[in-house]
Ligand binder design. Structure first.
Ligand code: AMP
Length: 288
């Protein structure tokens, strides 16, 4: 496995892999890698002859009052995880490599899909994501790119963007990897205090409870949201709810009456650490 820091080095490595007849898989990340990221690398390894993992804490997707400065940076450990999961190339560029001073006048913005959920509380976030992912697609030119359902809105947006802009690649969306108690794995979990970490388990537990209610026939989205809020208030009193939403799983628009596949999504802050989680629920599935 090779670690490189420049776009030119990625282009060279990818060109060599193509010459050797390999197809290219890309796993974009912000580092501080964990088993959730590893599952994406494994999925890429299974399908692709040459696996590129990018590690870049993209400044343009953070708002002015967000946690860019304290986002964990652990490149050495990240390389070790990538090596263990048999990635071929780690691309860890500097901010200047990705956004040369004086450049960076172009942005990629998506309509509608980025308006709600995280987009509503993080203005400009998805423009930062779409722009950096477009750049990574053009740099690595993958045949397949791998994203996690943990960031369901992001994955939906990237899939739409890739289709709209005719990127010649397939977007593969992989399931959420959770801790044994249900907490969705996240690089930000390591910024939680032990007490907040304990309370944060309530997020996935509240979603599981909501799923059971929907599968048992509850159809009023408002009642489902209220039950989730109540659950979090009781079991995670330190959590400040940013949003709890029930939306159509494709259009991401809010629903009032639950029918078919819906996404239940939430964001909750513990101190300065904002966590997100979601579940897709098929109301037609019946009790599980
Ligand atoms: P991040 O480093 O947080 O930007 O995440 C990089 C990629 O890993 C994104 O596609 C995420 O959705 C995905 N990811 C992060 N956490 C998880 C998880 N717990 N399970 C599955 N995928 C994840």
């Amino acid at each position: 496995m090779e670690l490189v820091h420049t776009i030119a080095e990625v282009r060279r490595a990818v060109a060599d892999a193509r010459t050797a007849g390999k197809n290219i898989g890309l796993v974009p990340t912000m580092g501080a890698l964990h088993a959730g990221h590893a599952s994406l690398v494994d999925a890429a390894r299974k399908r692709c002859g040459f696996v590129v993992v990018s590690v870049f804490v993209n400044p343009t997707q953070f708002g002015p009052n967000e946690d860019l400065a304290k986002y964990p940076r652990t490149l050495e450990d990240d390389c070790y995880l990538c090596l263990q999961h048999q990635a071929d190339l780690v691309f860890a560029p500097s901010a200047d490599e990705m956004y040369p001073p004086g450049g960076n006048l172009t942005e990629v913005t998506i309509k509608k899909l980025g308006d709600g959920l995280c987009g509503a509380s993080r203005p400009g976030h998805f423009t930062g994501v779409c722009t950096v992912v477009s750049k990574l697609f053009n740099i690595a030119q993958p045949d397949q790119a791998f994203f996690g359902a943990k960031d369901f809105q992001q994955a939906t947006i990237i899939r739409q963007m890739a289709a709209d802009l005719d990127f010649p690649l397939e977007i593969v969306i992989c399931p959420i990897v959770r801790e044994a108690e249900g907490l969705a794995m996240s690089s930000r979990n390591r910024n939680l205090s032990p007490e907040h970490r304990r309370q944060a388990v309530a997020l996935s537990a509240s979603l599981s409870a909501a799923r059971r209610e929907i599968e048992s026939g509850k159809t009023q989205a408002g009642a489902v949201q209220a039950a989730i809020r109540q659950y979090i208030a009781t079991h995670a009193p330190a959590g400040q709810i940013d949003y709890v939403e029930v939306v159509d799983a494709r259009s991401l628009t809010p629903v009032e009456t639950i029918a078919g596949e819906v996404l239940i999504a939430l964001a909750v802050k513990f101190g300065g650490t904002r966590l997100i989680d979601n579940m897709v629920v098929d109301s037609a599935a019946g009790p599980s």
